[in-house]
Each structure stands twice: as C-alpha cells, then as structure tokens.
Design a binder for this molecule. Sequence first.
Ligand code: GLY
Length: 427
Amino acid sequence: MKVLVVGHGAREHAIVAALSRSPQEPRIFAYMATPNPGIVRLAEDWSEGPLADIVALAGYARRIKPDLIVFGPETPLAAGAVDVLEEKGFPCVGPRRALARIEADKAFMREFMTRYIGRGYPRWWTFSDLRALEDHLRSHPASVLKPIGLTGGKGVRVLGRQLSDLEEALDYARSFIERDGKILVEERLEGEEFSLMVFTDGKRCLPMPLVQDYKYAHEGDTGPMTGGMGSFSCTDHLLPFLSPTDFEIALGIVEETVVKLRKATGVPYRGILYGQFIRSHEGPKVIEFNVRFGDPEAMNVLAVLVSDPVDVFASIAAGNLVSEVEFAREATVCKYLVPRGYPEAPEVGRSFTLPLEELEAAGIEVYFASVREEDGRYLTTSSRSVALLSRGPTPAEAKARLESILEKTCPPELYYRRDIPRLDPIA
Ligand code: GLY
C-alpha cells in the first residue's frame, strides 16, 4: 500500500507518524512546499512544490502511483486538487473544491448554514462598502471581522481587542474588501471554544476526541492571533466545560452539514470536517468550518488513535467509512515552540537544537512544523517551529510532564505558552 501525504507542517508530520505505526506498514510518500525533517525521515520518497500547484502534485502522483492520497492543508483542496486527482483515478482523503468552499469562502459558509442548517451560528452580515460597514460597527461595537478568503487561520479580528478602534477596523476591512470584494462581520460571542473533527465518507460521521486550541500568542490569551499555540484533550474525549448534550448538539450540526453539503453541491464530502465551535450562553455555535485536521488538534487526536489509520483513510476515500474508530482513553497536551517575536516579528534563521533522545525518553512526541534542517541543527522560519505532545491520565499530569521537560530543554531561540491548557476548574 502506497500512501501519499500532501503538506509539510506538524499536522502532516503527525499524519505520517500515525501511518508509519500502521501494522500494514504502508510505503509513505510526501508532497511538501518545504521539506519537513520529521516527514523526510519517515517517508520513502518526497517531492517539493507549491501546495496549490496541482500540475506538479498530479505529476508526482503519476510517477509514484499511490493507492491513497491524504491531504493535510486546505490550500490544495481549495484549489481543486481532489477534483483533478480523483478524475485521474487516485483515491483521495479530502473534499473536492465545491465542498472546500465551506472553509475557503466564509460568506458561502454562512449562507449555507443559514439556508440549509438554520441553527448554530451567530448573526452575520457582509459588507463591500466601507461607509455601510462604519455605520454598522458604530451601532454594533461587539463585532468580529472575518476575511472571506483563506488567511492561514490568522485573519479573525475582534473589535475592541486586536482592532483597538473603528479607524483600525476600517483599515483592516479595506485591505480585505480589496482582496475578496467583501468582508464578513459577525456578532461577538463569549464562551469557551472547542474543536470537533469528524472522519466522514459523505454519509456518516465518526467523531474524534474533542480538543481545545489556544490561538493567542501570549499567556493569558493576550497578544496577536496565531495558527494555534497549543491544545489539549481529555480522557473521556469530551471537555470539562461541555456537557454531553452540548457535544450531541455540535455533532448534530456537523452531521447535518455533511449531508446538506451534498444536497447543496451534488458532491459527497470524503475527508475530515472540522467544526470550530464556541459554547455560547445559547449553546454551541459554529465559528468556522475547516476541511482538514486542525493544527495543533491533529497531534492530540492522532496520538491516541488506536484504529489503523490506513483502514480509516482508505474507507473514507472509497466512500464506505469503517463502522467505528477507536481512540485511547488518555489525555493529551500539545504545545508549540515558536520563534521569538512570532507571529508579528519572528526571528527568522536562528539556529537551535533539540534533545530528541531526552524528549523521547521522557515520553514526549516531537512534531516538526516549519524549520529547516542543516547539519543536525534546525533553523527558524517565520512560522511555528515544533510541536511537543505529552499524554497522561489527566490533562494536569500531561501538562506537568511537558512543563518539567520544557523548563530544561526549550531552546532560548524559541518560546512557548506555559499556561496551556488552563486547568483552573479542570481536574
Ligand atoms: N487550530 C486551528 C486551525 O487548525 O485552523
């Protein structure tokens, strides 16, 4: 069995690591925009090319003839890679372009939810005219601005937080109206956020353990938004602030979304669907949908995946999802180490080392994100460098184990958030 994984981050390193644990011993190949040292070590062969370059990706696929292609990031999905590769006969784990709009076009996402789901979303508006937006923001100061198109997870801005005043909000909106033609504005919801990811063949959904992701750069949820600084999951696969009913409501929304997306587009959704929710005082509401594993959430769930990922992925691509997916009853904590100054002024090209054997001996899993490797040392880029994952019988124990090793081993060129996860009311 040959499996081609597309993408080069820690999420894709986690996918490759999970595949490499399969008893079927698949032959692993990778298509990456930049070589990931962890994937390079585990893959039989890899090719370098832009993620949205479908011609280059299809050319590599024709050369290696994979039995299965697993997509990590949203960029090739939004560009229509699955449409092209499925037509060439390659089974794919990832949705076609028309479905990937649920992440790539936030106005489509809200129109779809309003028309087909009818619940579980905030009040929303789109604006292409700055004067109309200004009037709206004056009368709705509790607003969130969201670019319509992809921003690598860093586009959301809250008025009064990352956007300090109306002038800054209008400047921000102007750049995205120029890029996308309009901007999405939503009412600001308060509550705990959570990530619910499912495996789906377009008919049924199998949920993964719930994860909470921390997006702010600095402790106390301050500073700019990032792609995610860390995440955790619990032994019971729920989260301490969510009731089983909240989980059922959120899962019901995701399941209905899968079914109704087929109705809206005529195409079955085969891949990972990730609902990012907030537990508002009115119950769970969708902040956004993503058409892939979350990053860092992929590390939390794949670390405890007991079922054979080859079987799970192959069943998705075949449109005949396995009947169940098993996850170990362990808590996980993941933390990203990022370059000093990240995300606004990252110190790029700083050389650092990691005591990989010491980390492994302490039971810590290492997933490389965006680093270059040179002579046994790693160089920072402008993105997150490496994700470390710890498990335990409770999130508190997994966190303590990770903290104690990080205090000794975190390279001075990198930083991480000590307060992930927030465990105050959590056992
Ligand atoms: N953890 C946020 C994301 O993957 O978009």
